[in-house]
Every structure is written in structure tokens, then in C-alpha cells.
Design a protein around this ligand. Structure first.
Ligand SMILES: [Zn+2]
Length: 276
């Protein structure tokens, strides 16, 4: 009896494994921070376990300060793609645009480590043309890095005006309407969008009609992301991956795969691989 049960269990397990693996869509999370407060509260090995358990194929990681990113990259180089944030602490979100010491910080880190992008930074409207952001854009150009901008459409336009060949990942799709996002994507071939910390594109496993149009028109330009802007949000990474898998099922499989991980892999991971 015991043996028979054992056999039944074995047979079921063997039969179920491929189906389970096929059902778990890999996720590239394009918006992770492991900032000083998170690094203080979450042991490194637990943070890595969270990323692995969520089934992440890749993660674009930036932190205030950069130490968190470097530790995480060292611990999980197969998942983590490092980007350099212009903040040494969380409080610099609103002050960095007028703080010239940010530039020294960026220069020091850029000489020492490899990154795929500078960001995520917060930059709005005419502030994009201040001296510090301008110098940051020059550094990105010099090092061949993408820009990850938490910005309104106006600041994105100003960044492209400074550097027409820039490659910009628009954080949170600018928290803008899907119609406006499509307009921006039509205008700029080197603009990609993350969907981090927004929920208007899907609910109850269904994709919003206007967002569906955006995804269908630009299948290669969207990525998902959690945005772990506080330590507690680290515990949401797995939930976010599962929530993404759920609404992505409402799209054709090829499109779902692109948004889930293929765009992140093709745009971000591949660009970093070329730097190594
Ligand atoms: Zn963020």
C-alpha cells in the first residue's frame, strides 16, 4: 500500500513538473531598488531568495546609495543588472538637481563599476535643463548608458533635445494616460516604458482596453516592475510577479512574453552584457 502510494506520488510529480514550469512565465523586473534602509533590514541572502522565489529572470536594480546594488549584483549576477542612481540617500529625490556633489559621486562610481543605465532619477519639466542633470546626461553619453527617468513628458522631451540618440526607460510610463504614452512612443524610437507602481493597465486579470492598444502597437517597448521604494515593498516582489503573470494571460502569448521578460532581456540585459 505504502509503495503503491509512493509510486502514485512519483508518477504525478513527474507528470506535473513540465506543466508547472511551462505555466510559470519568467519575469524581468525593470524597477527594483535595494536602498540603504532595505539593505539594513533585509539580509542579503533573503533578498536574493526573494528574487529567485519570484521567478525573476532579470532585474534592473538601482539603489540609494549604490552599495546596495553592488552587494546584490555580487550575490546574484545572473539576475541583477546594475544601474547607477544619483542619490546617496533616499532624501535626495528633490534636491539632487541643484546639488553639484552628485556629479562627483556619479563620476567616482562610473570609474569603478559597470552599469547599464543612470537612474532611476526624478526629474520634471524645465529642471531637466539645469546644470546637474545636463552633466549627468553627458556622463551617460560618455559611458554609453541608458537613462531611467521618473519624469513627465516634458522632461523626457528635454532629455532627448539634449541628446537625440539617448535611450530612455520611462519609469512608470510617466504616470501618464495610455494615449499620451503611445504618442511619445510614436515620436521617439529609443523610448521604452516600465509599468511599475501602476495598476490602471489591468484589473481582475483583464487588460484595460486603452492599454491593450498601446501594448499591441508597441509590443517591444513595455516592461513590468515592482518599484521597491521602501523596504516593505521587497515582500511584494513575488506578489507583483504573480499579479503580472495573471493579467498578461489576457494578452496573446507572444506579446505577454515580450512584456514579461523578453523586452527587458533584449534591451537591458543585452546592453549590459555588451559592457562586460
Ligand atoms: Zn523607483
Amino acid at each position: 500500500m505504502r509503495i503503491r502510494n509512493g509510486l502514485v506520488v512519483l508518477v504525478l510529480t513527474a507528470a506535473q513538473t513540465p506543466a508547472v514550469l511551462a505555466a510559470e512565465l519568467p519575469i524581468f523586473d525593470a524597477h527594483i531598488h535595494f536602498s540603504h534602509d532595505a539593505a539594513d533590514q533585509i539580509p542579503l541572502k533573503d533578498a536574493v531568495a526573494i528574487l529567485r522565489k519570484a521567478g525573476l529572470k532579470g532585474a534592473l536594480v538601482s539603489s540609494s546609495n549604490d552599495e546596495g546594488t553592488q552587494k546584490l549584483y555580487e550575490a546574484a549576477p545572473d539576475i541583477v543588472v546594475p544601474e547607477l542612481r544619483p542619490y546617496r540617500t533616499r532624501g535626495e529625490i528633490g534636491t539632487w538637481v541643484r546639488d553639484p556633489t552628485v556629479i562627483e559621486y556619479l563620476e567616482t562610481r562610473l570609474k569603478r563599476y559597470k552599469y547599464v543605465a543612470i537612474g532611476e532619477f526624478h526629474l520634471y519639466g524645465a529642471d531637466a535643463d539645469l546644470a546637474v542633470p545636463r552633466r549627468m546626461v553627458e556622463l551617460a553619453r560618455q559611458y554609453g548608458l541608458m537613462l531611467h527617468a521618473h519624469s513627465d513628458a516634458e522632461a523626457v522631451e528635454r532629455l532627448f533635445a539634449q541628446w537625440p540618440q539617448a535611450r530612455i526607460l520611462w519609469a512608470h510610463s510617466g504616470f501618464d494616460r495610455p494615449e499620451k504614452v503611445r504618442e511619445m512612443l510614436r515620436k521617439h524610437a529609443n523610448l521604452w516604458c516600465d509599468l511599475a507602481f501602476r495598476t490602471d493597465h489591468a484589473s481582475g486579470g483583464k487588460v484595460d482596453a486603452e492599454w491593450r492598444k498601446a501594448f499591441e502597437e508597441f509590443p517591444e517597448r513595455f516592461m513590468v516592475g515592482t518599484d521597491t521604494f521602501t523596504p516593505e515593498r521587497w515582500y511584494f516582489i513575488g506578489e507583483h510577479a504573480d499579479w503580472s503573470r495573471e493579467w498578461l494571460k489576457d494578452l496573446p502569448p507572444a506579446l505577454a512574453e515580450r512584456i514579461a521578460w523578453k523586452n527587458g532581456e533584449a534591451v537591458i540585459a543585452a546592453a549590459f552584457a555588451r559592457k562586460r
